[in-house]
Design a protein around this ligand. Structure first.
Ligand code: FES
Length: 264
């Protein structure tokens, strides 16, 4: 039996959709970019190599906590010693930013549309027979987003540290800057914009208050986060690209394919 906008309870229209615009472009672009990112990040996460080129550490591998991390990459120590050598250190840490993005309100909308066609766009029929939203397993697990936000906040702090120590030369002397420094810096700014514009962050700063007049500091934070929140989708895309670019630049340096461009 027909479902969705073609179901018996809807107007009897014999077309798939009455939309005349190119509604399919957005989900198609999302599908291509997300697929490319997943393929690239899976390859890099499982590689377990070429993620550190002094003083730059790839954001996919930061913090590098395994005893198998290469020398110089573990400023936060190597407390994880029980993993076999073939187990990439990225897999220990990537679960947090990955979980943060997978459960993100914006990404949910994007991949529900692009991959599950649920629906692909407003007023376009979907192939699914029934709709239960996010009330049942497994989608009810999307509610853990708030907890991933806390982890992502910590990781943003660590990536900030990585960007700061990138103002050194390969011999670890301060006051230097290369193209890698700039790339890590741009990346961490975009990561912060994405993290702070999160809907959970907005709720943390301004939620559960009866009135703002008694909480002027939280009101200021909430106002700031709300402004960022309006651009959340933009930050989600920009930071997705920047984190891949930052990793790829470190990869090229670590493999010796290029040498860092030094500004001073
Ligand atoms: Fe997108 Fe929280 S809603 S990161």
């Amino acid at each position: 039996m027909a479902t969705g906008v073609l179901g018996p309870e809807r107007a009897d229209i014999d077309k798939g959709t009455l939309r005349q615009d190119r509604w399919w472009i957005s989900p198609a672009v999302t599908f291509v970019v997300f697929t490319a990112f997943v393929v690239y990040s899976t390859w890099r996460a499982f590689a377990g190599a070429n993620y550190y080129a002094s003083p730059y550490l790839s954001p996919f591998y930061s913090p590098c906590l395994s005893t198998h991390c290469v020398s110089g990459a573990s400023d936060f120590g190597q407390p994880i010693g029980f993993l076999p050598a073939w187990f990439s250190p990225a897999l220990v840490i990537l679960i947090f930013p990955l979980g943060f993005r997978l459960t993100c309100y914006y990404y949910r909308k994007a991949y529900y549309r692009a991959f599950w066609l649920s629906p692909a766009a407003c007023a376009v029929p979907e192939p699914h027979k029934k709709y239960t939203g996010e009330r049942r397993f497994p989608l009810i697990l999307q509610n853990v987003h708030r907890w991933f936000f806390y982890a992502a906040f910590l990781i943003a702090l660590i990536l900030t540290y990585d960007a700061v120590i990138a103002f050194r030369n390969p011999q670890h002397e301060w006051g230097h800057m290369g193209l890698g420094t700039l790339i890590l810096l741009v990346n961490v700014v975009l990561i912060w914009l994405y993290t702070l514009s999160c809907h959970s962050c907005r709720h943390i700063t301004g939620g559960r208050l009866r009135n703002f007049s008694k909480h002027p500091v939280r009101y200021r934070f909430w106002t700031f986060v709300s402004k960022l929140n309006g651009h959340h989708a933009r930050f989600a895309w920009a930071s997705l690209v920047s984190v891949a670019v930052a990793d790829f630049y470190v990869y090229l340096l670590a493999t010796g394919a290029i040498t860092d461009v030094r500004f001073f």
